[in-house]
Design a binder for this molecule. Sequence first.
Ligand SMILES: [Zn+2]
Ligand SMILES: [Zn+2]
Length: 207
Amino acid sequence: MSRKAMPAKTRDALLNEYNHKCAVCGGDHPQVHHIDEDHSNNELENLLPLCPNCHLRDQHNPTRKIDIQKLALFRKYKDPAILKPQFDPIYRKQIFLSEIEINDEPTNYIEQQANELTYFVLSLDMGEFYGKKIYQLVRPVGINSIYILDRGTLHPKISHCRPDQKYEYKNLVLKSYREYRQKLVDNKEDVQEAIIELLRYQKWTNV
Ligand SMILES: [Zn+2]
Ligand SMILES: [Zn+2]
């Protein structure tokens, strides 16, 4: 295996940050794991100290490993609740935010995912506060692809357009979608922060 050597300075900074303990279980003799599994990416935020069990037995085992994006969240926020199984439902509901391509074709999928995330958060303890916050961060901007504004009224679907409006409407939809996707990409971190803050208020036994 060929690996770009990790600078000793980086390794020391990481181990000091975690007090020379495993980030997951607090065990001794941590090894340095590359979160994105790219061994040439020695950026500090891509590294995590893991004890031999958490590292080789778990994280390098495809059937046991923690999802890479989840591990990256754990690296960033350091909240152990992120690794609890109870975090999983809300974690899965925000994954769509990391998969958005600005110029994809318009679909209702993203809006549905945003609504599901909002409703899920609203159902949790403290959900009203965080649900409202998340709604502001993920709600659509501009016009909605399934509606058309015609003479002051919203009509569903493009087929209801007057023929002379269709071209203009289509461009408006495309523009709205790009703006909406951009908004979600821009707000992703704020949503994740809100979700992780919300974790503190959950009575885990009820979830
Ligand atoms: Zn460990
Ligand atoms: Zn590793």
